[in-house]
Design a protein around this ligand. Structure first.
Ligand SMILES: Cc1cc2nc3c(=O)[nH]c(=O)nc-3n(C[C@H](O)[C@H](O)[C@H](O)COP(=O)(O)OP(=O)(O)OC[C@H]3O[C@@H](n4cnc5c(N)ncnc54)[C@H](O)[C@@H]3O)c2cc1C
Length: 410
């Protein structure tokens, strides 16, 4: 059977591209290895699907690490407002949280998936489930796609939308990278992103469940500063989590160090002068009471004091200078050594993937093979937590579809 386009992978990227192309009366086949579409999409946002973010483009372009530039054209061509409008027009009202995260009003990810499937159905996209694509070959301009049942399909265009490697049980286990490699593409080593971390020092594990708002986290690699992020933090049984850790995880490697400023936006110097001034002012107060004035939870202060061998009940006036400095240091530059990142089974995204150098950012077409396209997380892109990954899947899919549509018009 000969198709105009074969899309591989029925996640948000594949579904979105397929319906757009098929709406031009072009023959489109969608091959999905699972028995159903959108397994990961259904899990997204804890089953509520945070499908985009309401921030402006300046904000958006800061949310994809060093790969934002590659995504600029895609995000500007199909932006978050167009994304919200697409679902609204399809009958799905949306809801913007104060944080800017956008969800379907029903808070049900099924609604987003059903809308994508309905659009595919109305446009006559042909689906073949339980079809694991094992190989793609190309002769001249014709692609041959082979699936696990030894079935062969022919097509003028291919969109690889097979996702990354995280949550492999959802079907995205990295097999798309092998397909792309066979077609001459370079793969940047995939690494778990949007994941929590385990730390070597477990003295903080008693704080599991405790969260902090707007702390600053700095990542250090071999004593060199890599990056700093500000957001909320959560202590876990074996380490750290929360948006600040998830977003920074793309920059963190095993054995790196991170430091946390629990007094952010105060710097060490500012905090030190604050302590110097106010410890004498509240000289008759116990240190633990003084620390609570800084909105630091009691259990946390106790652990910090214990780690520095400071009596939390010492009167502020009696705290020696060296101990004060050590305390301020621990509160503004609290060090943790990374034991490991959460694996692919718990990472919400994949850093790495199809090398962006070999993909045209205006069309998502391969620079190596005409007619071959990539959309979504299979590319070497990973966004922050907050709706940026699904938006990137739609925006890159949009460019693929536009490019294929434009070729037909010519
Ligand atoms: C728990 C969790 C929560 C998340 N929450 C959010 C959120 O709220 N907001 C957000 O923006 N992002 C979120 N993400 C990330 C987001 O879900 C992904 O970035 C997005 O699904 C990527 O879309 P995709 O279409 O590129 O790939 P996927 O959704 O991974 O879809 C790829 C599809 O391709 C199929 N496939 C793979 N290989 C083959 C093959 N060889 N042959 C045939 N089919 C194949 C897979 O079975 C799969 O169905 C979350 C991720 C996880 C794991």
């Amino acid at each position: 059977m000969h198709y105009n386009t074969i899309v591989i992978g029925a996640g948000p990227a594949g579904l979105f591209a397929a319906q757009m192309i098929a709406k031009q009366n072009l023959k489109v086949l969608l091959l999905e290895r699972n028995a159903k579409a959108g397994k990961k999409l259904l899990l997204s946002g804890s089953g509520q699907c945070n499908f985009t973010h309401a921030g402006d483009m300046i904000h958006f372009l800061k949310c994809y690490g060093e790969h934002s530039r590659f995504l600029k054209k895609a995000l500007l061509t199909f932006d978050n407002q167009m994304c919200m409008d697409f679902f609204q027009k399809s009958g799905i009202a949306y809801h913007i949280l104060p944080s800017g995260k956008v969800f379907p009003k029903s808070m049900q990810s099924e609604d987003i998936l059903d809308t994508l499937l309905l659009n595919c159905q109305l446009a006559n996209v042909e689906f073949s489930y339980n079809s694991l694509v094992e190989d793609i070959t190309v002769y001249d301009t014709l692609f041959t796609v082979e699936t696990n049942h030894n079935k062969r399909y022919f097509s003028d265009h291919i969109i690889i939308a097979t996702g990354g490697k995280s949550y492999p049980k959802t079907g995205s286990d990295g097999s798309g990278y092998i397909l792309a490699e066979h077609l001459g593409h370079q793969i940047i080593e995939p690494k778990p992103a949007l994941t929590d971390v385990r730390v070597k020092d477990r003295s903080f594990s008693v704080l599991s469940g405790l969260s902090f708002q707007q702390i600053e986290l700095t990542v250090w690699h071999e004593h060199k500063k890599v990056i700093a992020y500000q957001d909320d933090l959560l202590f876990t049984h074996k380490g750290l989590s929360g948006p600040v850790i998830l977003n920074a995880s793309r920059w963190i490697n095993n054995n790196d160090h991170i430091t946390i400023n629990f007094l952010y936006p105060r710097t060490y110097e500012e905090a030190n002068s604050y302590f110097t001034k106010h410890l004498s002012e509240f000289g008759k107060e116990e240190l633990i009471t003084f620390l609570k004035r800084l909105n630091l939870p009691k259990s946390f202060c106790q652990v910090i004091c214990e780690s520095l061998q400071i009596d939390p009940h010492i009167l502020c006036a009696k705290l020696p200078r060296k101990m004060r400095e050590a305390l301020v240091q621990a509160l503004t530059k609290c060090p943790f050594e990374i034991e490991s990142l959460g694996g692919f089974h718990m990472a919400m995204a994949t850093a790495g993937g199809i090398s962006l150098k070999e993909v045209n950012p205006s069309t998502m077409e391969s620079r190596k093979q005409k007619g071959l396209y990539f959309a979504g997380e299979v590319l070497d892109i990973d966004g922050n937590t907050g709706g940026y990954n699904i938006q990137a899947a739609f925006s890159t899919a949009y460019l693929c579809a536009e490019s294929i549509k434009n070729k037909i018009k010519k």
